[in-house]
Structure formats: C-alpha cells, structure tokens
Design a protein around this ligand. Structure first.
Ligand SMILES: O=C(O)CCC(=O)C(=O)O
Ligand SMILES: [Fe+2]
Length: 382
C-alpha cells in the first residue's frame, strides 16, 4: 500500500477564487467537487494511515535544499560549539538538543513495550537500548503570544554565531511548511465534517517548531542503528520535507509497518497526539522510528562517492495547538465512545508532561502523571 499524494494546488486555487471547499461560490461545480474529494482524501488518509504525502506549489525543492545545506554545515561543527546553543532550562524547546538526551517513549513506557510484544514479528520496531543518538535544533516559527502561562514553550530564539543567514533561512522554510500544514488542517477539518477553521483557529500563535534532527552517519552508520526509537509525536501535525538519507518507518492504523519513500517535490505529513485528542481517537497519533536501513547504506555510499556531508538532516516541523488553548474532542467527536480517554486539558500542560516523559523537562507533577495514565493508546490499538 502506498500513501496517497494529494496536490494542494486545486484547494489553493479555489480558496483564491473565494471557494476553498467550505462552500461559498467556487469558480465552477466540477472544481468544487474536486476540492471536496481532495478534502475527503486528506481526512481519510490521516484516519487510516496516520500519514499523507502532499505537493504544495509554494514549497520548492530549492528552499528545502538551502535549509538542508545550512543545517549540514551547522551539525558538522564541533560538539563544543553546538553546546553553546543548548538550553535545558527551557526544556530544549529552543536551540540544540545534543545526542543522548531525548529518550524514545518506547524505552520508558511499559504499556507500549507490552503492546510491541504482541505485534507480529515482522512488524515489530527495533528495540532502542538508550536515549536517541541524534542531535536536534529547535527553531520557533511564527508569531508568539504576548501573554501565556507557558513561557518556556514560547521562548526567544537562539542563533548560532557565524551563520548570518540563519534567521532568514529558518523562518522562510519554516513558514512555508506551516502554510502547507494550515491548508492540510483546513482540508482535514472539511473532510471530517467540522467547520473549515476548527483546527487552524486553535493553531494561532502555537509554539510551532522547525526541529531538524542531525544524525552523524560516519559515527553511527551501521545497519540497524536506531536514530529515533519507536514513538509518536506529541504535537498536532508533523511535516517533513525531503531528507537526503532515508530511514523513516511508519506504522499504519492496521498495525502494518511501512518504509516511507517521499517522492521528490513532496512533503510528508504525520498525525500527532494533539490531533488524536481533538478527534477523540478518530485519528490516532502515527507511530514511527528512524533506523539505518539498507537504503540508508546505499545513500551513504553515494554521498561518499560524491563527497557530500554524512550528516543525515531531517526537515521536520512540529505544528502545535496554542499552549493556552484546550485540547478536547471537537464537534461530533465529543460523542466518541473513547471520549473518556481524552479529558479536557490545556495544550501547554499536556506538552509539558509529555516532555517530562521523554527527558526534555525536569520533574512532572501529580496531575500530569494522572494524565499520562489516562491516555495510553497506540496508533493501531483502537
Ligand atoms: O529524523 C527524522 O526523520 C524524524 C525524527 C522524528 O521522528 C522526530 O523528530 O520526531
Ligand atoms: Fe517523531
């Protein structure tokens, strides 16, 4: 089974003509029907696979390359240099996270480990043995709230010295990928029968993070090395541009494991836990891992031949629900039979308790521990 590729252009065209699939006088009937069908394809794929490939004419391969070139140069700098951008007191939500800090959920969550044991052998994820050996850089994109209870999640950016193009490159690629996510979020809302702005209105001033991972394939390039252990993303929707090295495996709702191939010019969208919450489990957060596979090894050989960087940089952006907004099942999803698993919670409180579990934030309060217990789903478990 291949993931569907949805071209966002017809929706963007219809929106520019005052249509946009949500009603309101589109240019012609056929175009409107096409848009409605695309919205259904978006919501259907997010529900059934937890993922989706999209083409957005506003996100070019050149933008993606400029970003990857700069991040390769950054990750190639010494550990000592990169640690100057480390901000553990801000829960690593800006600046760099060194290798060996972020813990994959499957390493610490006993329920998840139990569920993994019940999976057919061929679909089981690799077993991580410790924290992830990947670095990461977190760059906050878009307007920040002037008044928030969650200051650490909405902190000032960190810019490494010697990269004068940093802000422009990160903001430009980050805002383009957010624009793509916003369109997907509108289309998904329409496809689910919710008001068009049901999700995007909650995303306004969210702590969206351009969060590329950097993995040193020279040091950790043997087959089976787990760069990011089996986990779900705690945010709303994740978007990945192209990486120069493959290695991402995702799990479909039916439990099947799938190696992702992102065609040139496409972007990969994955469902996060906040979308699961807002849809009362109609969509489940997509489980995934990043591992050195045979295809990664082939890409390493080619990069060596062509004298290119051996840092695997991901083009990951985490789109979030605003920290001070409430997560709770929306519209018809409030009637879901699983609604008890998704008690109302402030998005910022939810994010902080998840960060605590994966070792990015200090202690966790009794309240948040209760929340961890309330929700222990995995993408193919409902
Ligand atoms: O490195 C990647 O391709 C994605 C890593 C990932 O899953 C994450 O950052 O949450
Ligand atoms: Fe992830």
């Amino acid at each position: 089974m291949d993931l569907p590729v949805v071209d966002l252009a017809p929706y963007l065209d219809a929106a520019a003509c005052g249509g946009g699939g949500g009603g309101g006088g589109g240019p012609d009937r056929r175009a409107e029907e096409e848009v409605v069908a695309l919205c259904a394809a978006v919501s259907g794929s997010l529900r059934d696979t937890g993922a989706l490939l999209v083409k957005d004419p506003r996100c070019s391969a050149e933008d993606n390359d400029r970003f990857l070139d700069m991040m390769e140069r950054y990750f190639e700098r010494s550990e000592e240099f990169k640690r100057l951008q480390e901000r553990p007191n801000l829960h690593y939500q800006v600046g760099v996270t060194p290798e060996g800090v972020e813990v994959p959920r499957s390493l610490v969550d006993e329920d998840m480990q139990e569920k993994i044991r019940t999976m057919p052998k061929e679909f089981q994820p690799y077993t991580p043995t410790g924290p992830d050996p990947k670095w990461r850089y977190m760059w906050r994109v878009g307007p920040r709230p002037t008044n928030t209870r969650f200051k650490e999640l909405n902190s000032e950016p960190v810019i490494p010295e010697g990269f004068p193009e940093w802000r422009k490159t990160m903001d430009s690629w980050g805002s383009k990928m957010i624009s793509a996510i916003e369109v997907v979020a509108e289309m998904a809302a329409i496809g689910f029968g919710l008001p068009k702005y049901a999700f995007t209105s909650l995303m306004k001033q969210g702590p969206h993070l351009l969060a590329p991972t950097g993995s040193d394939l020279q040091r950790h390039g043997s087959e089976g090395t787990v760069f990011a252990g089996f986990h779900y993303d705690l945010n709303f929707l994740t978007i990945h541009g192209r990486s120069r090295f493959p290695g991402l495996n995702i799990w479909l709702r039916n439990g099947q494991k799938m190696e992702v191939k992102v065609p040139v010019g496409c972007l990969l969208i994955q469902t996060g836990k906040q979308l699961e919450w807002l849809t009362g489990g109609e969509c489940l957060a997509g489980m995934h891992e990043v591992v050195v596979t045979k295809r990664t090894l082939e890409a390493i050989d080619l990069a060596r031949e062509q004298n290119r960087s051996l840092w695997r940089v991901s083009s990951t952006l985490f789109a979030h629900i605003a920290s001070d907004a409430m997560l709770k099942p929306l519209g018809r999803f409030a009637e879901s039979s699983h609604v008890n698993m998704y008690p109302p919670v402030c998005a910022g409180d939810y994010v902080e308790q998840e960060l605590s579990v994966i070792n990015l934030k200090g202690k966790t309060s009794g309240y948040s521990q209760a929340l961890v217990g309330a929700n222990k789903t995995m993408s193919f478990m409902l």
